[in-house]
Write a protein that binds this ligand. Structure first.
Ligand SMILES: [Fe+2]
Length: 586
């Protein structure tokens, strides 16, 4: 590891998941020195003030070079310690306490900021592992991606009543460093490991971020000057000096536009023009899950009869399955044979088309499509994915960076704007580690490009999740925004997933005959136009991120039309050369 800048892999992981696991930062000797000091002192607090030499390894850790290097890039220069370091264990933490953090409501002093390649994560918890933590040991847990969550955390997640498959307990080795964004939802759970629990936490803050008060004598002073006795409590509250114990949290003056009143609870008062709409017909936990991860699974939508009809129809038309390309994209772990699919199922003879026609505008699904992307979504013809044992995976593709408006994801004023949603109806169980849909939860909000190892799945950094589903479940994902693909099919029972792509009302997904100026306009409007003029008289076409439509270029002040084709996807109607002749014939 060098001392240049964090790799794209590291930036991507922290950006998407809100944490970064750095392995082997401390040597065995450094870990031993810390453990011995803890043993000798028999205390779990105030390490920085223990008599020398017991304090030394804890003070060294405070400004460990590798930590400083990371925090300069994640928090920004001038970062500082917010609170004294703490040993995280069952005796120092309330392991029944609710999880804390999450991006909504926003806490600007702890939030994650990113713009134009610049990042300021105002709070970062540096957790040093002094002993191994294995999978299932308990202790420190978090919900990846919640540093960017825009939806209030459901009560069930906070209390642990229902972790919705989102809670993650990282496995660590002694000497590892775990950096966690301050607003990543996190907490402590009971320790179940066989060895001792030795996690050391140092909370850091941005240089100007007001978080915790100091504990020194000056911080305990009353910060208000004498003359405040002559003004009202509310007036005094407006003149508070930050960063003293009596001004953390700051005083709260509640208002209604006519009166001011001090609120002794000091709970943040921040009026909004919106209220949570409990009549929206949106399940809070579903919306939270979708907004956080970029996908959603509705369980048990299809009953046994429906499943049997659909599977039976495919059995009848097996001979029409077409084996397509191998889509592993050079990946070692996804390699295999071509992908078998069956199309045209809406047009099968009756009764075989019925179970698929029932999927069209099905109320449970249509309602989710409406809140995910707004009304006006239109669907493609279903494609049945029929992978057999040995079928290749599909390399992971798409993601929040680079931005791609026609298939992008945004959230504004409580509305999800997913311009492309793909729905897959599972006709058979999808078992763990045997292949199927896989994605990087949270990557629909990625601000760094997805790393090659994630796309190939060969080095996915633990960020890729293969979804486990049952026959009858329906998967939705933010296609084009969420980084997704398929892992190689290893199940002896072939895959049966009916994939339907929905495009929003706002963008064309495939182009068509309306791209031609002579179909879009009256003859007299375009007659005699130059090829360059005709290029801007075209109708809506597919946008595949790159130069996939005829376009104007200016060379030495002269406008030219370029029809040059790259590797991007073209619509069947995109012309390959000048179209002037076609206008005269129209
Ligand atoms: Fe895809």
């Amino acid at each position: 590891m060098g001392w240049g800048a964090m790799s794209n892999e590291e930036n991507y992981c922290f950006d998407v998941a809100g944490y970064l696991h750095v392995r082997g930062v401390l040597t065995g000797d450094e870990v031993n020195a810390l453990c011995q000091a803890l043993d000798k002192s028999r205390k779990t607090k105030e390490m920085l003030g223990w008599p020398a030499p017991l304090q030394t390894p804890f003070r060294d850790l405070l400004v460990h070079p590798r930590l400083v290097w990371y925090l300069n890039q994640i928090i920004g220069h001038g970062f500082r310690l917010d609170q004294e370091p703490k040993l995280l264990c069952d005796s120092t933490c309330d392991v029944t306490a609710p999880l804390v953090g999450g991006g909504e409501p926003r806490d600007p002093a702890r939030a994650y900021y990113f713009q134009n390649g610049r990042r300021y994560c105002q709070a970062v918890q540096a957790i040093w592992a002094l002993a191994d933590v294995k999978d299932g040991d308990g202790g420190f847990v978090m919900v990846p991606g919640t540093h960017k969550s825009n939806v209030e955390t459901p009560e069930d997640i906070v209390t642990g009543r229902d972790d919705m498959g989102l809670v993650f307990q990282p496995s660590l080795e002694a000497g590892d460093l775990l950096l966690v964004a301050g607003t990543t939802l996190h907490g402590m759970r009971p320790w179940r490991g066989t060895g001792p629990q030795q996690l050391l936490s140092y909370p850091y803050a941005g240089r100007a971020a007001l978080q915790s008060a100091g504990t020194g004598p000056k911080a305990k002073e009353n910060s208000s000057p004498e003359w405040h006795r002559d003004i009202s409590a509310e007036q005094s509250a407006s003149l508070y000096r930050p960063d003293y114990q009596d001004s953390v949290p700051p005083p709260v003056v509640v208002t209604d536009g006519e009166m001011v009143e001090l609120d002794e609870s000091r709970e943040v008062f921040h009026p909004s023009i919106y209220k949570l709409d409990v009549d929206s017909g949106i399940d809070h936990k579903e919306f939270y899950f979708w907004e956080l991860t970029g996908y959603l699974v509705l369980r048990g939508v299809m009953d046994e009869v429906w499943l049997e009809e659909a599977n039976n129809a495919i059995d009848q038309f097996q001979d029409q399955i077409v084996v397509g390309e191998e889509l592993a994209g050079g990946s070692r772990s996804l390699a295999g044979t071509g992908r078998p699919t069956l199309g045209g199922v809406l047009e099968l003879p009756q009764p075989y088309c019925d179970p698929f026609r029932k999927m069209v505008s099905y109320p449970l699904v249509q309602h989710r499509l409406n809140w995910m992307g707004g009304s006006g979504a239109r669907m493609s013809g279903p494609t049945v994915f029929c992978a057999v044992q040995g079928t290749s995976g599909h390399f992971l593709h798409d993601g929040g960076e680079p931005m791609y408006p026609p298939m992008g994801y945004q959230l504004q004023s409580g509305r999800s704007y997913a311009e492309a949603v793909t729905v897959t109806w599972q006709l058979r169980d999808v078992l763990p580690d045997l292949g199927g849909f896989a994605c990087v939860p949270g990557s629909h909000k990625a601000k760094y490009p997805s790393p090659p190892g994630v796309r190939s799945y060969d080095d996915h950094m633990g960020l890729v999740k293969q979804l486990v589903m049952k026959a009858g479940d329906v998967l939705f994902f933010a296609d084009g925004a969420l980084t997704h693909g398929t892992t190689a099919w290893k199940n002896p029972i072939p895959r049966r997933g009916v994939l339907i792509k929905y495009s929003s009302r706002s963008f064309h997904r495939s182009g068509g005959e309306m791209v031609h100026p002579w179909n879009r306009w009256s003859h007299h409007l375009i007659e005699g136009m130059t090829d360059a003029q005709l290029a801007v008289m075209r109708g809506t076409d597919r946008d595949a991120r790159q130069h996939n439509v005829p376009r104007l270029e200016v060379k030495d002040g002269v406008v030219e039309v370029s029809y040059k084709r790259g590797s991007a996807l073209y619509s069947g109607d995109a012309p390959k050369g000048p179209v002037i002749d076609k206008v005269s014939h129209s």
